[in-house]
Design a binder for this molecule. Structure first.
Ligand code: HEM
Ligand code: HEM
Length: 214
């Protein structure tokens, strides 16, 4: 029996990313912090959910199935090969992408701009808030670089090597990209997402507001 390599949780999470990150880019540059804050919370909770899913989710979504030893990455670079899930190099790059996304959203909640907006935990961060705001900007440059690399790699595999990566990320499976173990139910991921959102909401509610200097 063949099952989708990417379960519904991974696919929904993935296609939300380009949309939400586009909004974050625009709102961050334009200073639309009302939108930036809300979409940022959704990204923080979703990326954290994806990280937890990396331990308890469907087979191909687990870190253990796409984090390979350095030797396997080197072998893949020399000899190539087809993998139902992420290949060894791809696994490394999506792990970096997930960590950068976590760092971006994580630093955001401690950041403040030079005008009117303070992230909900910026007062908790105290003097570190300035450093974290700078990190938020630097990390964004790194993230942009890795997203560009990701898009280049996907296009390379899709059109140069004729592998159906995009179809698999859209439909769950395509060609050789399928697995033999059934996917974990989407409702588990939704439950994790709801719990994390509740925790974040609680923390934002109890976080002290930064003192007014006026
Ligand atoms: C902001 C933009 C994007 C980000 C941050 C991003 C991030 C990611 C991440 C984290 C994964 C790993 C999925 C997982 O295991 O949970 C992934 C996989 C993937 N992404 Fe993206 N992505 C972006 C845009 C796109 C776009 C526009 C496309 C299509 C052209 C695309 C195609 C894919 C494909 C095909 C995979 C699966 C790769 C494989 O089979 O190993 N991504 N992406
Ligand atoms: C993955 C999620 C996020 C992305 C992609 C993102 C992206 C950005 C970008 C592109 C900027 C403009 C940087 C610049 O002007 O050079 C920015 C600024 C900012 N973001 Fe985010 N952000 C994210 C999450 C958050 C969150 C959750 C918060 C807080 C609730 C936040 C708070 C801020 C603040 C306060 C600034 C202004 C920093 C300054 O001007 O010094 N961000 N962000």
């Amino acid at each position: 029996m063949r099952y989708p390599v990417w379960d519904r949780a991974v696919r929904s999470f993935h296609w939300y990313l380009p949309i939400a990150i586009g909004v974050m880019w625009w709102s961050g540059e334009q200073g639309r912090m009302d939108i930036h804050e809300k979409v940022g919370y959704s990204l923080l909770c979703l990326v954290a959910t994806r990280v937890i899913w990396g331990f308890i989710g469907s087979e191909a979504a687990r870190f253990r199935s796409f984090l390979f030893a350095p030797r396997a990455v080197l072998t893949y670079l020399k000899a190539g090969g087809q993998y139902a899930g992420h290949n060894p190099l791809g696994g490394l790059s999506v792990t970096v992408l997930l960590l950068l996304l976590l760092a971006q959203a994580g630093s955001g909640v401690f950041s403040r701009d030079d005008l009117l907006f303070e992230g909900p935990f910026s007062y908790w961060a105290g003097d570190l808030s300035g450093t974290l705001s700078e990190w938020h900007k630097t990390n964004w440059l790194l993230l942009q670089g890795f997203i560009a690399l990701h898009l280049f790699a996907v296009c390379w595999h899709q059109w140069r090597k004729r592998q159906p990566l995009i179809q698999a990320m859209w439909r769950g499976q395509a060609g050789y990209k399928s697995v033999t173990s059934p996917p974990k139910p989407l409702r588990w991921a939704v439950l994790i997402l709801m719990l994390l959102s509740l925790v974040l909401w609680g923390l934002v509610t109890i976080a002290p507001e930064a003192p007014s200097y006026y």
